[in-house]
Design a binder for this molecule. Structure first.
Ligand code: ZN
Length: 209
């Protein structure tokens, strides 16, 4: 402590004198003294302060998540109403948590974030989000299956694919941002998971409005 204090005082004095000339010396001493005093008291206060703060923080912390939990659905609703992004969850039960995505035509770009909330590996319960015209869904899905796991079950350079995330396993997240210029308002689009066998359950409508 004493050495640190001395070093601090010296450093302060040096810094201040370097900056301030004569005024620095009187300033440096008072500055060093109070800075030492709180430094010594604060360690002593810290344990009780931390202990008090912990339960104290817990209470606000409990209410804070509650508030933010209330806010989250509101945010989700709001984003569905106009934001240029959406988050979709896929789980180990081969389900998306939504049956439709709304893309406002006012968005130049749109971002889809897929969150795999499960724990199973990609090879067993992989999920992605692929967007095509509805009429292309079956063909893209079949070609994706043929392309295999290494291609994320999407045929490379498939022109029918409007957007796709990576194929991910449990605990992973993948985002894709794509131009909406290839989407027509009122068009008939689908999103689905192209992992073999998943699209029958894991699909929904993409609404462009
Ligand atoms: Zn899947």
């Amino acid at each position: 402590m004493k050495i640190r204090t001395a070093l601090l005082a010296t450093a302060c004095a040096f810094a201040l004198s370097a900056c301030g000339g004569d005024d620095a010396s009187p300033t440096a001493d008072p500055a060093a003294t109070p800075s030492t005093a709180p430094a010594e008291t604060s360690p002593a206060q810290t344990p009780p302060a931390t202990t008090d703060a912990a339960p104290g923080d817990m209470a606000p912390a409990d209410t804070a998540p509650a508030d933010s939990a209330d806010a989250a659905p509101q945010d989700a609703t709001a984003s569905a109403g106009g934001a240029c992004e959406v988050e979709i969850e896929g789980n180990d039960a081969m389900q998306f948590n939504t049956k439709s995505i709304t893309i406002p035509s006012s968005c130049d770009d749109f971002t889809i974030t897929l969150v795999h909330t499960g724990t199973m590996p990609v090879a067993a319960m992989g999920h992605n989000v692929v967007i095509t015209e509805s009429g292309d869904m079956q063909g893209v899905n079949a070609d994706g299956m043929a392309a295999g796991l290494e291609q994320g079950y999407v045929k490379p350079d498939d022109d029918r694919v409007i957007a796709k995330t990576e194929l991910i396993g449990g605990g992973e997240t993948s985002s894709v941002t794509f131009s909406t210029s290839n989407l027509e308002a009122g068009g008939d689009y689908k999103f689905f998971c192209s992992f073999p066998g998943h699209a029958a359950l894991m699909n929904g409508s993409v609404i462009v409005e």
